[in-house]
Design a protein around this ligand. Structure first.
Ligand code: GTQ
Length: 346
């Protein structure tokens, strides 16, 4: 058979396979089982200065209650229309104005909140309120009732990170409204931090998949990093990078999303790093840039940027900087997928 004839015969065969719900692996093998990650996700940055106006404009067009959650999705330019910032994770900027409530609901998706702008709004989780301040990291565990409100006199914007695409991959999404704007409170402010977050645990505590410390205030994180920055060796790629921990297991604070805070000293010039967990960064303090294979992004306070899986990058800080970050590393480690490489400069 000539090449054309055999190609025609194959195509004709493939068409006859389709009604039987069959497809030839050899036509798609190389795109399914790639020698390295081949992500559609692209590096991207959202400069807060540039988008802040549009985030706040949403507040003039729809209330938090009407929207249920008034959020602008940070959509990866390589994944348009998919509501994803990486292949496996969702991110958005949520706005809540003074006097507003975002009504109580629950869902199987886990959520993290990272406060970008404002002070004094709250999230209530499982009967306990926590007040939020810039740089705080707050958790909503899977299937926990949660509502948000703002009794302060300034707007608040936080970065939402949810495992929506992971939940969707497993077709495991459930969600319910409580039917009330705010959930009844059963524990005082600070209860979970006293019980689980003070270097103590109740003696008979059981392991929990999600950290019962649902608020990690920036003030404490910053103080720890400042001390460590003076006393410990810098990681050549990450500066001083710490992970948020679930004290009942020693694992990541959220079972699906690893969360980190790192400090880069003024003048830090990192080694090149890559890992299989596409990572979302939120800048708390400082300014610098990130070098990527095809571009360099300048970043500053409140900016959000994303690095895809296996994409080499290098962090440079002009001022002393702190970066919050999150990724699906928690899942990848459990599944045995996670890998990294480091390259020293020169
Ligand atoms: O605050 O519960 O950005 O349910 C997306 C879905 C936030 C939330 C989001 C949500 C929430």
């Amino acid at each position: 058979m000539t090449r054309n004839n055999s190609e025609r015969a194959r195509q004709e065969y493939y068409e006859r396979l389709r009604p039987n719900d069959l497809a030839p692996l050899w036509e798609v093998m190389s795109s399914l089982v790639t020698p390295e990650p081949a992500s559609a996700c692209r590096p991207a940055i959202w400069h807060y200065e540039q988008i802040r106006g549009q985030v706040h404009e949403a507040g003039t067009l729809i209330t938090a209650k009407e929207a249920e959650r008034r959020v602008l999705i940070l959509e990866n330019p390589g994944l348009v229309g998919q509501s994803r910032i990486t292949t496996s994770l969702y991110a958005g900027l949520q706005l809540i104005l003074p006097g507003e409530v975002a009504p109580a609901h629950r869902h199987t998706q886990s959520a993290l909140r990272f406060v970008v702008e404002g002070n004094g709004a709250y999230t209530a989780v499982e009967g306990e309120k926590t007040l939020m301040h810039e740089g705080d990291f707050v958790i909503t565990p899977s299937w926990a009732w949660h509502d948000h409100g703002n009794d302060s006199d300034e707007p608040m914007v936080w970065l939402d990170g949810l495992d929506i695409p992971i939940t969707a991959l497993f077709d495991a999404s459930f969600a319910q409204p409580l039917g009330e704007d705010v959930q009844p409170l059963s524990r005082p402010l600070g209860d979970s931090n006293a019980r689980y977050g003070a270097g103590l645990l109740p003696v008979d505590v059981e392991q929990r998949p999600t950290s019962p410390v649902f608020s990690y205030p920036y003030e404490r994180t910053r103080e720890a990093l400042a001390l460590l920055a003076r006393t410990s060796e810098w990681d050549p790629c990450h500066g001083v990078r710490m992970k948020y921990v679930n004290p009942t297991t020693g694992g990541y604070a959220i079972p699906t999303m690893a969360t980190f805070m790192q400090l880069l000293p003024a003048g830090f010039s990192g080694d090149t790093y890559r890992s299989t967990d596409a990572t979302v960064f939120s800048v708390v303090e400082g300014a610098g840039h990130i070098e990527l294979p095809e571009e360099t992004f300048r970043w500053g306070k409140r900016d959000t940027f994303v690095v895809p899986s296996w994409c080499p990058y290098r962090l440079v800080a002009e001022d002393e900087s702190t970066l919050f970050s999150f990724s699906d590393r928690a899942v990848q480690e459990k599944l045995g997928f996670w890998r990294e490489t480091r390259e020293a400069e020169g």
